[in-house]
Design a protein around this ligand. Structure first.
Ligand SMILES: C[S@@+](CC[C@H](N)C(=O)[O-])C[C@H]1O[C@@H](n2cnc3c(N)ncnc32)[C@H](O)[C@@H]1O
Length: 282
C-alpha cells in the first residue's frame, strides 16, 4: 500500500492514486513503476541526469550488506528508534537517503506488523538515486519507496514522527518541514576509526576525521537528546573488501596506487566505528 503522506514535488499539494499514477489537484501526474516505486524528482530539481549513487555502487553495496557485516549497526539503530517512537498510536517514519533499503527493511521487519490503531504505520524510503530506489523496491514491497531529495522531501508538512539518516546527506531544513513538532531524527555516522585500516591502505596519509558539526541544527530548533557509539571488528576477504571499497565515495576519491594495494590485500581486519546522534525538533 502506498503512503498517504506523499505530496507533489512541483506545488506541494497532496497526491492521490489513480490507476497506475499519482496525481495532484493541479494536474501533475507521476507514474508508479512496475516495481511499485514513484519518481518524485522533477527534471528541474536534478543537477545531473542520474543524481546520487550509481547502479554499480548499489550492486556492490547490496552484496556487502547482505553478508551481515553491518547487522549490528542495524540492530542498534532499531533499538534506538523503538525507544523514541510513540507507543500508543501508529507512527510515520522516513529513511532519508535510504540507499538500497538494507536498514529500513531491517527496521520494518523488526516491528510487529499489527498496527496499534486502525491507522496503519507509514514507512517512506527516500533517495535521490533511482538505482537505489529500484533496488530497495525489490528488497521490500510493503515500504513506499520514492525517488526524491532530502532537500525538499515530497511529503506532507508536519507528518513524520521519525527520520533516519544513515550514512546520508542530511538537510535539516528539509527535515524540519516534514517532521511533527517533537519529531526525531537519528543520524548514523562514521566515527573517527571507521574502516581506518582500509583508509590506511588506499590513502597515502589518513587525516583524523571528526563528526560533522551540527550546530546549524541546534540553531534551527533541534536538540541533541543522546549520542551512542558502536565499535567492533570485521574480517574481510579480498572480495568483501573490494565490495566495501567500491560501495563508498572513497573508491572514487582514492588514487590508482591505493586501489591497486587494496586489490592485492587478501585478508583485512577492519574496525567498524559508528556514532548515533538522536535529535528532537523542539
Ligand atoms: C552512503 S549512501 C547510504 C545509503 C544507505 N543509507 C546505507 O547506509 O546503506 C548515501 C545515499 O544518499 C543518497 N543521496 C545523496 N544525496 C541525496 C539527497 N540530496 N537526497 C536524498 N538522497 C541522497 C545517495 O544516492 C546514496 O544512496
Amino acid at each position: 500500500m502506498l503512503s498517504t503522506l506523499l505530496t507533489c514535488p512541483i506545488d506541494g499539494t497532496p497526491l492521490s492514486s489513480i490507476d497506475k499514477q499519482l496525481q495532484c489537484s493541479q494536474g501533475h501526474h507521476f507514474d508508479i513503476s512496475r516495481q511499485g516505486y514513484i519518481n518524485l524528482l522533477p527534471v528541474q530539481h536534478k543537477k545531473s541526469k542520474n543524481p546520487g549513487d550509481t547502479k554499480a555502487m548499489l550492486a556492490v553495496r547490496t552484496a556487502f550488506l547482505n553478508t551481515g557485516f553491518y547487522h549490528q549497526i542495524a540492530n542498534q539503530l532499531n533499538q534506538l528508534a523503538i525507544e523514541y517512537l510513540p507507543e500508543s498510536h501508529s507512527f510515520s517514519t522516513l529513511d532519508a537517503g535510504c540507499g538500497e533499503g538494507y536498514y529500513f527493511d531491517h527496521f520494518f521487519n523488526s516491528l510487529p506488523q499489527q498496527p496499534i490503531s486502525s491507522q496503519p504505520n507509514e514507512y517512506i524510503g527516500l533517495d535521490i538515486s533511482k538505482f537505489a530506489i529500484d533496488a530497495a523496491s525489490r528488497r521490500n514491497k510493503a515500504i513506499t519507496w520514492v525517488v526524491g531529495s532530502n532537500k525538499n522531501p515530497p511529503v506532507k508538512a508536519e507528518s513524520i514522527d521519525l527520520i533516519f539518516c544513515t550514512f546520508g546527506f542530511y538537510h535539516f531544513a528539509g527535515f524540519k518541514k516534514i517532521l511533527k513538532p517533537g519529531g526525531i531524527v537519528i543520524l548514523t555516522e562514521a566515527a573517527p576509526n571507521h574502516l581506518i585500516q582500509l583508509r590506511k591502505i588506499i590513502y597515502p596519509e589518513v587525516k583524523q576525521s571528526t563528526l560533522p558539526d551540527i550546530s546549524q541544527a541546534t540553531e534551527m530548533g533541534y536538540q541533541l537528546l543522546t549520542t551512542q557509539s558502536l565499535s567492533y571488528d570485521i574480517d574481510l576477504n579480498n572480495h568483501q573488501l573490494m565490495n566495501l571499497l567500491q560501495m563508498m565515495p572513497h573508491f572514487y576519491k582514492s588514487k590508482q596506487a591505493g586501489k591497486a594495494t587494496a586489490k592485492k590485500t587478501e585478508l583485512l581486519r577492519c574496525s567498524v566505528d559508528v556514532n548515533f546522534r538522536v535529535l528532537k525538533l523542539m
